[in-house]
Ligand binder design. Structure first.
Ligand code: AQP
Length: 341
């Protein structure tokens, strides 16, 4: 008995943080590229998932529509299978520490660093009439989102790599000036979700805030609408289904079809050999409808249960705040702020 080894303490699960902006109705791109994998992440890691409403106001939002979208995205997080008992599911603005830490971190971020962000360049070009400071400082708020939860991992697509780098730089800088305060997050490169491109301009990614609704499939679109949008997707005039150079439109539809069915590109090309784009597009539309159907059914049940949604948001905010406030206080204390009793 005396020599029996002491059992090792169970290893702490790594914390992972992921957010989605309620800047429109989420698209098939958001779903296949991110949301579809979040349930698996929640099972494997200690997950925190947020509706990033503070980020969404870097672009002007209509108040009534914005309010509706915040609730829709929260309901969608539950519809994709996230369990609010298991993971922290919350609305970013319900945790004031995000805005507070973002201000603090603004003062540890250089103007030059922010000026190099490609997303700022893209978004300021797209919204030339509203190039606001929030749009410029967006990556610092994102750094605050991540660092507040001491996240070990952040799933990143190609377009977010630069922002995670900045979060790491800010964390390292702060930790060096003071003492270790923030976990330096690593990118999580899991099973790659598809990068879904616009149906109208396959050189551009599919985006929920695209002014042209024909460019995206929304996760709430009815089957007939999905079929119509995919039917009018831009392709090429070759008429042959295979993955190749100069075939961005077909490559995109093959990516979507592959993600929904699990078929490889070779298999898809083989199955549709000698068939036209009309037949292929109809098959893609059917696969998308089947992929989104269960999510939409769960969403329809949840969105009408207002008190359940309020309850989830309140519990999520309380759990998130406990962790976030601890980190914020730790950082502020190191800087020399006098903390309230
Ligand atoms: N087209 C896409 N293909 C694959 N993944 C995508 N994501 C977004 N678009 C695609 C991923 O979805 C997650 C949540 O995105 P977000 O709402 O936080 O921000 P975003 O990338 O700016 O998404 P949108 O739809 O393009 O929003 P708007 O139009 O407001 O800018 C992220 O993991 C993102 O990579």
């Amino acid at each position: 008995m005396a020599n029996e080894p002491i059992p090792a303490a169970p290893e702490r699960k790594k914390r992972i943080l992921s957010c989605i902006q309620p800047s429109g109705i989420p698209t098939l791109g958001n779903y296949l590229g991110a949301l579809k994998n979040w349930k698996k992440l929640a099972d494997e890691f200690d997950g925190a998932f947020a509706v990033a409403d503070l980020h969404a106001i870097t672009v002007r939002q209509d108040p009534a529509t914005f309010r509706k979208q915040i609730n829709q995205v929260l309901a969608l997080l539950l519809a994709i299978g996230l369990d609010p008992e298991q993971s922290i599911v919350f609305i970013q603005s319900h945790v004031p520490a995000h805005a507070q830490l973002a201000w603090v971190l603004n003062c540890y971020t250089q103007f030059g660093e922010m000026s190099r962000m490609t997303q700022f360049k893209d978004k300021s070009a797209a919204h030339a009439d509203n190039v606001n400071v929030g749009l410029f400082a967006y990556p610092v708020l994102m750094a605050a989102d991540i660092l507040l939860y001491q996240a070990d991992l952040v799933p990143v697509g190609a377009d977010q790599k630069q922002h995670l780098e900045i979060a790491r730089d800010i964390a390292n800088r702060f930790n060096t000036v003071y003492s270790p305060t923030f976990t330096v997050p690593e990118p999580y490169i899991g099973k790659q979700g598809a990068r879904v491109m616009s149906l109208q301009n396959p050189a551009k990614k599919m985006s929920k805030s695209d002014p042209n609704p024909k460019s995206y499939v929304s996760v709430f679109d009815e089957p007939a609408v999905i079929a119509k949008k995919i039917k009018s997707a831009v392709t090429d005039c070759e008429g042959a289904v295979y993955y190749g150079d100069g075939k961005d439109g077909i490559n995109n539809l093959m990516g979507i079809y592959s993600c929904c069915t699990g078929l490889s590109y070779d298999q898809i090309a083989h199955d549709f050999a000698g068939k036209g784009y009309g037949e292929f597009k109809a098959a893609v539309a059917d696969a998308v409808v089947e992929e989104l159907r269960p999510v939409k059914e769960r969403f329809d049940r949840i969105i009408n249960d207002k008190s359940y949604l309020e309850d989830v948001a309140a519990r999520g905010a309380a759990r998130a705040s406990r962790i976030a406030n601890r980190t914020l206080q730790k950082a502020m204390k190191k800087i020399g702020f006098v903390l309230p009793k």
